[in-house]
Design a protein around this ligand. Structure first.
Ligand code: CP3
Length: 347
């Protein structure tokens, strides 16, 4: 008799907390500027948002890194700032400057947001998901995503990327009720957005909380853990058993509370997280995703080999999704990605 899990994709198996001899591997920001084939399509598409809303081209750039490297997952090509856009905010991506939004300075300006997300805005994204799904082989998992409410709010409040997320932190400290209303709006929109992706064919969704690490424990509980728990619960109410990866970047010791209180199936950790602690405290509860330093991948050579070996030696005995601790950096040589994959797959 064959074991029941034969035929299940490796990444899904690990999300069920079964370790794999060779861990499934993908990279955050795997579709991007370090790939010449991405830069070519990006040029053809025009702006970054034009690419996100063009299902044919967005599906193509989603699949490029999977074809080139044989990753175990494809991640939908889109952006976390699509949710503010669908809530009626103006969002632009200026070359060399990153995202620009109309800032939301106070609770009064919340009245300019839509009550619910605009499904028409999101329709092309769901079409991208369906197109990618129809082209994937039987071992590659399709991951959808959204930004966590806190991280999305940091961009909505400031109107651009900031180094310390001070505008959103100040808003939250001065007017927690008003800030809570903004977070709730993003929670509701994100549930609908993730359910739409899962119904279109995504098999897993990841919630990116890139700026979780700037909050103290109380604020982290209020603005990251609780809203994420609401998303997990809201998504699973509509899609029972939905598989969810949380990535509360930079939170170190607070990752355990996040895991216990949100109900995610896997937690992404960055390279500052001590691997022995992830093995002893996190892997008995959930799968762990990570956590090669993207700068070690950029450096290559022995620095990269040491980093890969340490991830494998410490975390490889438990449920592990091999990944970076944050997105791949645009100047990273392709040969370094190949070197990393060869080493992971050689065992
Ligand atoms: O390959 C993938 O991972 C899927 C696509 C993806 C993008 N953004 C494409 C993108 C994903 C999952 C994201 C998530 C995202 N977007 C996050 C969370 C993860 C993280 O990296 O922390 C955040 C904070 C954003 C917001 C955002 N989008 C910023 C701050 C920027 C500008 C900085 C930059 O890297 O250029 C973007 C633009 C963006 N999103 C690009 C890509 C490929 C670069 C745009 C280009 O091609 O010029």
């Amino acid at each position: 008799m064959q074991p029941a899990n034969v035929g299940i994709k490796p990444l899904l198996r690990v999300l069920g907390r079964e370790p794999e001899e060779t861990p499934p591997v993908w990279m955050m920001r795997q579709a991007g500027r370090y790939l010449p084939e991405y830069r070519a399509v990006r040029e053809k598409a025009g702006g970054f948002l034009d690419l996100c809303f063009n299902p044919e081209l967005a599906a193509e750039v989603t699949l490029q890194p999977v074809r080139r490297f044989g990753f175990d997952a494809a991640i939908l090509f889109s952006d976390i700032l699509i949710v503010p856009l669908a809530l009626g905010r103006k969002v632009e991506f200026l070359v060399g400057e990153g995202p620009k939004l109309e800032p939301l300075a106070d609770a009064e300006s919340l009245s300019s947001l839509h009550e619910t997300i605009d499904g028409k805005v999101l329709a092309p994204i769901y079409e991208t998901v369906a197109r990618v799904k129809s082209q994937l082989d039987t071992k590659t998992t399709l991951i959808g995503f959204c930004g966590a409410p806190w991280t999305v709010a940091t961009y909505m409040v400031a109107g651009h990327a900031t180094s310390d997320q001070a505008p959103a932190r100040l808003f939250a400290l001065r007017d927690p009720i008003g800030f809570g209303q903004l977070i709730d709006r993003i929670v509701e929109g994100s549930i609908e957005y993730l359910v739409g992706q899962l119904k279109a064919g995504a098999e897993v969704v990841q919630i990116f909380d890139t700026w979780a690490g700037v909050l103290g424990p109380d604020q982290f509980d209020k603005w990251c853990i609780r809203p994420t728990a609401k998303i997990v619960e809201g998504v699973r109410r509509q899609v029972p058993g939905a598989k969810i990866i949380g990535f509360p970047r930079g939170v170190n010791a607070l990752a355990l509370a996040y895991v216990e209180m949100t109900g995610v199936d896997a937690v992404g950790i960055d390279w500052t997280y001590e691997r022995e602690i992830a093995r002893d405290m996190l892997q008995p509860r959930v799968a762990v995703q990570g956590n090669v330093d993207p700068l070690a991948l950029l450096a290559g050579g022995e620095a990269l080999d040491r980093e890969v070996d340490d991830v494998m030696a410490t975390l490889g005995g438990g449920p592990l999704i091999f990944n970076l601790g944050h997105g791949i950096l645009p100047p990273t040589p392709i040969a370094h990605v190949e070197r990393m994959l060869k080493r992971v797959r050689a065992g």
